[in-house]
Each structure stands twice: as C-alpha cells, then as structure tokens.
Design a protein around this ligand. Sequence first.
Ligand code: UD1
Length: 322
Amino acid sequence: MAKKILVAGGAGYIGSHVQKQLLEEGFEVLVFDDLSSGDEVNILPQAEFIRGNILDKPVLEMAMSEGIDGVVHLAAKKAVGESMVNPELYAENNLAGSINILNAMVKYGVKHIVFSSSAAVYGMPEYVPIDEKHPIAPINYYGYTKRAIEENMEWYAKLGKLDYAALRYFNAVGYAADKSITGRERNPQNLMPIIMEAATGKREKFAIFGNDYDTPDGTCVRDYVHVSDLAKAHTAAMKKLMADGKSFTVNLGTGKGTSVKEIVEACEKVIGRKLNYDYAARRAGDPAKLTANADKAKELLGWKPQYTDVEDIIRTVWNLEI
Ligand code: UD1
C-alpha cells in the first residue's frame, strides 16, 4: 500500500515541489498549510489538502490521525531580517509550531520526519565549502530556530520517539521545468524572486547588496541549488528513514559558488535584456562566501543535483513568465 506523507508547508515554494516529487514517486500526499505564505495553486489535484496552522493543535492532530506514515516539515517563517526584528513571531511559528508537529507525531505513532533546515545554522563560515562538521553558530534568530528544532529532533530520536533527517539547504532557486508549480512568493526577500519581479515590471529596480566583498568580483558568492533537486533529496531521505530508521543531517548544495553579479548577468542573458539595478550597502549578516560540501548527501542518499548550470536554473524560472 502507498505510504502517506503529511507535508507541512506543502503549498509553499519548496514544499510544493516536495509534494510533486512525492506524488511522482508513488507516495500519497496530505498537504497541511495555512496559506499564510503558500499558494493554493501550488497544491496538485492528486494531493489531499487540509488548511491549518501548525499552532492549531486540534487541527494538526486531526491531520496526523489520518493514517500518516511520515512527515516532511517545511512550515516556517524564513525571512532572516524579520527574525531579528520580531523574534517572537519566529519563536511562535518555528519553535512552538515544530514542537506541536513532533508531539502530534508521537501521539499518533508517526515515526519519520524530514525537516527543512538551513545553512543558516552554521553562521559565518570558518571555511568553505562547508561540511556538516563545521561549527554551529547561527548569527540570526531564524538560523537559531532551525538549529533548535534540529536539537529537539535529536533528543526525540535519542529517546526513541521518532527518527529524523535534517536537510540543510543552501540557496534554493528555480521552478519545476514542467511548469506545474506556478505560485510565486509574495513579498519575496530572496535574490532570485526579487530579480524576477524587476524583470516582469512588478518592481522598478533592485539592489545588489555590497560590491566590496573579498570575492573575485566583490559581490557575495552563494551555492544555488535547483528546487527540484532539493525535492528529490526529501523523497530519498524519507525512503531511507523508512528503510533503516537511522537519523541523519546533511547539507544540500551543488558545491559550486556563483556571485550575485554572475546571477544578475545570467538572468540578463536568459531574459535577453539589461536589468535595472544599483549597488547598495552590504546587508547585515551576509557572509562573503557560502558554499556546500554535500558529499554526505551523495554518500547516504545517492543524491546528486541534476542542475549544475545557473542559466539552466534561471530558464526554469523565466519560463513561467513567458
Ligand atoms: C538566506 C539564509 C538562508 C535562508 C534563506 C531563506 C543566511 C546566510 N542565509 O540566504 O539560510 O535559508 O535566506 O530566506 O542567513 N541579495 C542582493 N539583493 C537583494 C537580495 C539579495 O544583492 O535584493 C544578495 C544577498 O546579499 C546575498 C545573495 O543575494 O548575497 C542571496 O541572498 P538571499 O536570496 O536573500 O539568500 P541568503 O541570504 O544567501
């Protein structure tokens, strides 16, 4: 019988791609989402949907009692800047909400959780590419919430309550190439959706934050990984937990660094015209370079990103606009 997975945050940008991948690999999917930042258009017809907030325990428990075999948890606030101004919101949604998920799992005997973590748990890189042995020292409250949830999962696993996979994403970009996921993020804070808003006239221009970093062209270097590749790591992680019940934590990135300027130039190439932008001051808390060593994901999950070229990745985003 097909295994049924509850995807918390399954209407969101990454969650909807995870939902799609799970369905393609023969899982049943129950999307649990409050649509606060997710979009109903992202929920595929084959998925079940419960509109609910992870802070609403009765609704969450009702969903968890629907014969669930595993949980993928991506329901979270993710704006780094906002988390430093309004940590209460992040404590409530990310910390309390995640505890509710873990406790509902324990209550209904759901054993496996794949958790959406972040490279933000590492803080300022001491070396790149970053492997999982790199010191953990988040420099923003958002990153702290991700680490605190990992720690709770570690304890619950140690105490025999469940097993977990913590997936530490680097920079998620792109859209499913078949255009089945179409919901764009509202009020985006991340580079790629901001550039796309400028490209489609939703905003007049954008800014590159800092051009005096210690990098080849002075702009920050990041590890951009396609969301469909990320999604595949979630299904692989869930299958592994179901097979051997051994918890693990892995980085998900390509290992390749791309600067903000290179991203902008690649966008201009794909779009076929110049974009309107300025150089602005550095954004607080931005490391110069952040790239992943994802050898562990390769080893444990056989995971290898299919998208290695940023122009190919950008094309999957731009194709939604044309
Ligand atoms: C951040 C977090 C990451 C988190 C993600 C989710 C860190 C180090 N990284 O990624 O863990 O999961 O947010 O939101 O905390 N940029 C511009 N102009 C813009 C927007 C961004 O130049 O208008 C630059 C940034 O300075 C950065 C790069 O583009 O160098 C990527 O920024 P962004 O997309 O916001 O992602 P991160 O900050 O790398």
